[in-house]
Design a protein around this ligand. Structure first.
Ligand SMILES: *Cc1c(COP(=O)(O)O)cnc(C)c1O
Length: 368
């Protein structure tokens, strides 16, 4: 056997993977408002913690490989059979499995940009090429341009609604039109991670379109409205044939027993979850109204976060916020994404944003 080199060779494109930049975390011992990862500020519900403690008693056993009870509970909630549900270690992992199941080298995956930063990584890991279609000036998907970007090589389109990090959401009408415009052989993945926070009248309802559109895949997560980001549970809803493929490439036992128990308890606590979501939405409206009053023009915020397009002032704003006790997510040269947190954290952010405007009025710096 010929060996050309004495060291292990990585797949060449691994070096060129874009890196995921996690939201900044406070240094140990430092009291900061962490508005950098779109988490919910509430601790886990009592029923959820109790379910985890219960499940902990059986941790010497492997979890149910087929996640039978969880997929049934999810299926029931969304009015689809359990055989259409693929669960995974966060919806980021599920998306990786979804793309891996359909993409071959040279295939293209169309996405809006800027959108969720894990998309280009997942696409490249799946061996495909990301085709990025710029969001419009209002931070919205340009669905016409995205449909036009579909070629013979396109295997999938990723739609993020509401779009992380800019905030606007698609309507169900737009989604229907898009599905009608795209060939049925192209998989359309609708990432509805923040759907529960959407207050548009015609908000998307991906699961309702599954029966009519066999190329549709809906991604959901327990990390946002359900407040379980640290637990890592997400899922995809799709037709049975695709689901079988997604499951085939998934990591066996990808969701642990405690996470499955917690996710089921969270689904049962729907009313409390709705209550928390309503509080977040009320805070979001308060923050957005205040920002507009200060002179900002944020895009329509339909998630649990707001976007300030600060351009080249982005890093300066993020540093300023950090020094004053608020962590935001900076996208260098573009803007900052600020999660809606506890009211005190939002207040502090609003003080900083007001001060920033005042400094720009005073000519100390430009707003963007
Ligand atoms: C937060 C987020 C998710 C959730 O990812 P998990 O892996 O389930 O935590 C998915 N999509 C988008 C766009 C997100 O912002």
């Amino acid at each position: 056997m010929a060996t050309k080199s004495s060291s292990v060779r990585l797949r060449p494109d691994v070096d060129t993977l874009p890196s995921y930049v996690p939201g900044e975390r406070p240094a140990p011992g430092r009291q900061l408002y962490k508005l950098s990862s779109n988490e919910i500020a509430f601790p886990p519900l009592t029923a959820v913690s109790a379910a985890m403690v219960d499940a902990a008693a059986d941790l010497n056993r492997y979890p149910d490989m087929y996640a039978t009870e969880l997929t049934e509970a999810i299926g029931e909630k969304f009015g689809v059979g359990a055989e259409r549900v693929t669960v995974g270690n966060g919806s980021v992992a599920v998306l990786q499995h979804v793309l891996t199941a359909v993409c071959e080298p040279g295939d293209e995956v169309v996405m809006a940009w800027r959108s969720f930063e894990s998309y280009p990584i997942s696409v490249q890991v799946a061996g495909a090429r990301a085709v990025q279609v710029p969001v419009d000036a209002a931070g919205r998907h340009d669905l016409g341009a995205m449909a036009a970007a579909v070629t013979d090589r396109t295997r999938a389109v990723l739609l993020c609604s509401p779009n992380n990090p800019t905030g606007p959401a698609l309507t169900q009408t737009e989604l229907r039109e898009f599905l009608a415009a795209v060939p049925a052989s192209v998989m359309v993945v609708l990432d509805e991670a923040y759907i529960d926070f959407v207050t548009l009248l015609d908000r998307t309802d991906g699961p309702a379109l599954l029966a009519d559109h066999k190329n549709l895949v809906v991604l959901r997560t327990f990390s946002k409205a359900y407040g379980l980001a640290g637990l890592r549970v997400g899922f995809a809803l799709a037709r049975r044939r695709l689901t079988t493929g997604f499951r085939a490439v998934s990591t066996p036992f990808g969701v642990n027993s405690m996470a499955m128990a917690a996710a089921r308890a969270a689904l049962r606590a729907d009313e409390q979850v709705r209550g928390r979501v309503a509080e977040v939405v009320a805070e979001r409206e308060r923050v957005v109204t205040a920002l507009i009053g200060q002179g900002w023009t944020p895009p329509d915020a339909q998630g649990n976060f707001v976007w300030l397009g600060l351009g080249r002032r982005t890093a300066a704003f993020a540093d300023h916020a950090r020094r004053h006790g608020v962590l935001v997510r900076a996208f260098a040269g573009e803007g900052v994404r600020v999660s809606v947190g506890e009211p005190e954290g939002n207040d502090l952010f609003l003080e900083l944003s007001a001060e920033w405007v005042q400094r720009s009025v005073d000519g100390v710096l430009e707003l963007a």
